[in-house]
Design a protein around this ligand. Structure first.
Ligand code: SF4
Length: 382
């Protein structure tokens, strides 16, 4: 950065290089949230947007209020964004695959159309009903690896524990799209029985607490899961929580939660940011609270057509993440899941993006580009 750029940044404006990148993207017709057109050091605060003037500031900051007031259908969203009219097929997509969006996350939408990455990530669309022939509901055959309800074991030393199948916001590209958000879809039975199941398999060293999103549980419920596993399964060295809460519900990462996590270290966390528009001051503060509580943070991004399948967007995302003390961990090839085919990017393009990113970024900001495969013993490098 030259002296002039550095001086501009100290005043809080984008650097010349950043401005050129943003302008270039917009000239290509890509409209992105202004949320990421900011300085490298400060992330923009969303505040309480005018479309939610009916909420008090205290309600807006309350994660339970955010969960209670989620937008549950395309029509709910259209009431907040009157310029958009959902089609009958959009409504059918939402009936087939549940839709929910926290007000916080919906407020990151700058224009209600597929050109907006946040809209694309969270709003049910007709394209979900058009499945390429190779897409399956359960492409990794999780059902055949489910040794007990909600307890999935695909690798020798790790087990996946589905503690809930509810999420704050349902990602349209979710691998468990056929399962999340539905009643009776098979969560793990109870914290105690899960802990006993883990203890009975001494070769297991790591429990992946996942779902759904474990941070949609109350802190006291989550405490029971962590407590039982720590108390009864001494073979479990690492607790790893998979969550999207810092992205779609950063209010959830409160003092009480951080105090809880501190008690059960080593606790690691994988978060899931896909686009720089998600890097707000609220999200950065949530990640900072977690990092200060001693929780190492890794990020899993999915490579998604029309969201982040260009080098400038991924560069801005990965640079922002390391400023937020989050290590880019995996860039996933989008899974061949039914309802998700329209998000897939060719592996050749993914590899070309990685080559370009390696040229631009330090190793710290480069995730491993991988795919999941049904019978593989680990993630498969692309
Ligand atoms: S939060 Fe995770 S489990 Fe829930 S919809 Fe998103 S990707 Fe799927």
């Amino acid at each position: 950065m030259n002296e002039k750029d550095a001086a501009t940044n100290r005043k809080g404006a984008p650097s010349r290089r950043e401005a050129r990148v943003f302008q270039g993207l917009e000239n290509q017709g890509r409209k992105f949230s202004k949320a990421w057109k900011k300085t490298p050091s400060a992330f923009p605060s969303l505040g309480k947007p005018p479309a939610w003037s009916d909420a008090t500031p205290a309600e807006w900051r309350d994660w339970r209020w955010q969960l209670r007031h989620r937008l549950r259908s395309p029509d709910d969203l259209a009431r907040r964004f009157p310029a958009w009219r959902p089609s009958a097929a959009d409504r059918r997509a939402a009936a087939r695959y549940p839709m929910a969006v926290t007000p916080y996350y919906a407020a990151l939408i700058r224009q209600p159309s597929d050109a907006d990455p946040i809209f694309r990530l969270c709003v049910a669309r007709a394209a979900e009903l058009d499945d390429p022939i190779f897409c399956e509901a359960d492409p990794f055959h999780e059902a055949s690896h489910e040794e007990a309800p909600g307890l999935i074991r695909r690798y020798r030393d790790r087990a996946l524990v589905l503690v809930t199948l509810q999420c704050a916001t349902y990602c349209r590209h979710c691998t468990r799209k056929h399962r999340v958000g539905r009643d009776g879809a098979g969560e793990a039975v109870s914290p105690r029985r899960t802990a006993e199941w883990l203890a009975a398999r001494p070769e297991l060293r790591e429990a992946l607490i996942s779902g759904g999103d474990p941070l949609t549980l109350d802190t006291s419920q989550l405490a029971r899961w962590l407590e039982e596993i720590r108390r009864r399964a001494p073979n479990i060295e690492i607790l790893r929580i998979g969550t999207r809460a810092p992205v779609v519900l950063p209010q959830r990462v409160d003092r009480e939660l951080c105090a809880l996590l501190r008690r059960y270290h080593p606790v690691w966390m994988n978060v899931h940011f896909n686009h720089p528009a998600e890097l707000t001051a609220e999200a950065a503060a949530a990640c900072e609270r977690l990092a200060d509580a001693g929780v190492p943070l890794g990020n899993q991004t999915v490579l998604l057509h029309g969201v982040n399948d260009d080098a400038d967007t991924l560069e801005a995302l990965f640079r922002g993440l390391i400023r937020m003390r989050v290590r880019p961990y995996y860039l996933f090839q989008c899974d061949p899941v039914r309802g998700v085919g329209h998000f897939r990017v060719s592996p050749a393009w993914g590899r070309a993006l990685m080559r370009e990113l390696r040229r631009r970024l330090s190793g710290l900001a480069i995730p491993a580009y991988v795919r999941d495969a049904p019978e593989a013993e680990s993630k498969v490098p692309m």
